[in-house]
Ligand binder design. Structure first.
Ligand code: HEC
Length: 125
């Protein structure tokens, strides 16, 4: 049997671990987290495939923008922006803020969705 003090200690440690985990989610590029499977569903939902050819997404054969083959290993986004998880999420959230005047429209995608979509795009290597 655990003593009440030990039990308290375990509870405190667990709370601490959870708290630091949640902090990590909000922080910089090293702590980038997104749900790639949800991201794939969102790519269908937002119809990115109307403008892009996207591997693994049925019917995504658009040719308005560049194909997204191996976008996860690309050096630059849209030829200008260093390809990092944060920059990719920012691009998806608002491409007009990221690179004003480019041809990809702002689609009103919330940050959380943008991060999941970015996680999916990074599976394309
Ligand atoms: C109306 C057409 C259109 C839609 C819809 C669209 N895009 Fe784009 N996208 C573009 C165009 C055009 C570019 C090229 C911009 C540039 O290079 O200046 C682009 C560029 C990109 C790039 C950078 C590609 C590269 O080769 O550097 C990514 C990544 C991207 N789009 C992802 C998405 C995702 C994800 C969605 C859906 C949430 C989406 N796009 C929806 C038109 C579109």
């Amino acid at each position: 049997m655990m003593s009440p003090v030990a039990r308290l200690l375990v509870a405190a440690l667990l709370a601490l671990a959870t708290a630091s985990c949640e902090q990590g989610k909000a922080a910089g590029p090293d702590n980038f987290m997104g749900d790639a499977r949800r991201g794939a569903d969102l790519v269908k939902q937002y119809r990115c495939g109307g403008c892009h050819d996207i591997p693994g997404i049925a019917g995504a054969e658009g040719n308005v923008g560049p194909p997204l083959h191996r976008i996860g290993a690309r050096t630059y986004i849209a030829g200008y922006i260093q390809n990092s998880p944060d920059n990719m999420a920012d691009w998806i959230e608002d491409p007009q803020r990221a690179l004003p005047g480019n041809a990809m429209p702002r689609m009103g995608i919330p940050q959380k969705d943008a991060r999941d979509i970015a996680a999916f795009l990074y599976t394309l290597k």
